[in-house]
Each structure stands twice: as C-alpha cells, then as structure tokens.
Design a protein around this ligand. Structure first.
Ligand SMILES: *[C@@H]1O[C@H](CO)[C@@H](O)[C@H](O)[C@H]1NC(C)=O
Length: 192
C-alpha cells in the first residue's frame, strides 16, 4: 500500500506540475468555489488538528491548501478541480460534513490515521469519480457505510481499524474492487 500511496503522489507531481499555478489564475471557476464551500464546511467540524494540517485552509485558493491536490477536470481539461485529498496521519479529530459531496471531481480521498468519527455520509454518492477511498484507522462507527456501494468508480476501499459493525453487504464483493480492506472492525460476518 505504501507503494500505491507513493505512486499516487508521483502521479500528481508528474502529470499536473503546474496545477496550482493555473488554479490561482482560475480562482472563480465554479467547481473550485464549490470545493471551497466543501473544505470550509469540513474545517468547521474539525475540532482538533495537532499537526496544523488545516491551518492554511482559508482563502479561495483551495489548490494551495495542505493535503488538497488539484488537477484538470476529466471532462474539460481547461477547468482545474480538486482531484485528491490526502490528510493521512494527521491525527485530526472531527467528522465528515455533508458538504464533502460537493467535491464531485474527487478521485482520491485518503484520511487514514486520524480521529474522524461518525460515518461516511450519503452525500458521498455524488463523488462519481472517486477511485480510492481510504478512511482506515479512524473512529468511524455504525453500520457498514452503504454509500460506498453507489460509488461506481471505486477501485480501492480501505475502512480497516474503525468501529463499523453489523453485516458486510454482499454487493461489496460484487463490485470487484482491486483492493478491499475491511478487517479490524466489528462486523458480524465476512461471509460472501
Ligand atoms: C500548531 O500551531 C499552534 C498555534 O500556532 C502552535 O502552538 C503549535 O506549536 C503548532 N504545532 C505544530 C505541530 O506545528
């Protein structure tokens, strides 16, 4: 998995070297404005950020926020959008607000090793390009987050080391993700 994370970092660096420069010329693009709303709503429900990961999350230039990666939109290369979020190992306490569903260009969402609680909300169903979802090693709880079953682009799911309980839906295995990690929760059965 380390390799995967590393290669993703390289992917952004190699393919989108000037995305933040472009973004600063393009601050009023409506998708970045929506991303701004989403990230400000998120910042609002972060209650603890000991490493100050989100300390520069203010102002419209969301592409320069720590942990936020921008790239040209899949459907229009002239529009810069938020394509990745990586707050791994932030030890951040808080929750995920409904507004994260505004990040409709998001391909990668990595928040492993934090203290996020609550669950993954229904609004995540709007993230139709989401390819990698890693929320492992947090404080998420409740039933299996069914919303992930609606994510048709999802290829990598890691929800390990949380407090999810109940049954794991069979449909999850039907999605045939490339990588699926669900252990170290309180699921009743992992029968297929
Ligand atoms: C985070 O910011 C606060 C307030 O500015 C500061 O006291 C603290 O040392 C910073 N922590 C780190 C890990 O940089």
């Amino acid at each position: 998995m380390m390799n995967l994370h590393l290669s993703l970092g390289l992917f952004f660096v190699l393919i989108f070297p000037s995305s933040s420069q472009q973004a600063s010329l393009d601050l009023l693009n409506p998708r970045l404005l929506k991303a701004f709303d989403a990230l400000q709503a998120w910042k609002h429900v972060i209650v603890s950020d000991p490493k100050n990961f989100t300390s520069n999350w203010y102002g419209l230039d969301v592409c320069n926020y720590n942990g936020v990666y921008c790239a040209p939109a899949r459907d229009d290369r002239h529009i810069i959008t938020v394509a990745g979020i990586d707050l791994n190992h932030g030890n951040i306490g808080g929750s995920l607000p409904e507004e994260l569903g505004l990040l409709t260009d998001l391909a990668v969402f990595h928040i492993n090793s934090n203290r996020f609680c609550g669950t993954i909300l229904k609004s995540f169903q709007n993230l139709r390009l989401l390819y990698e979802l890693d929320v492992s090693n947090n404080l998420f709880a409740g039933q299996f987050p069914e919303v992930v079953l609606c994510l048709s682009s999802l290829k990598f799911l890691d929800i390990r080391y949380n407090d999810f309980k109940g049954d794991v839906p069979n449909k999850l295995f039907d999605m045939k993700p490339d990588a699926l990690f669900i252990n170290n929760n309180k699921f009743a059965s992992l029968a297929k």
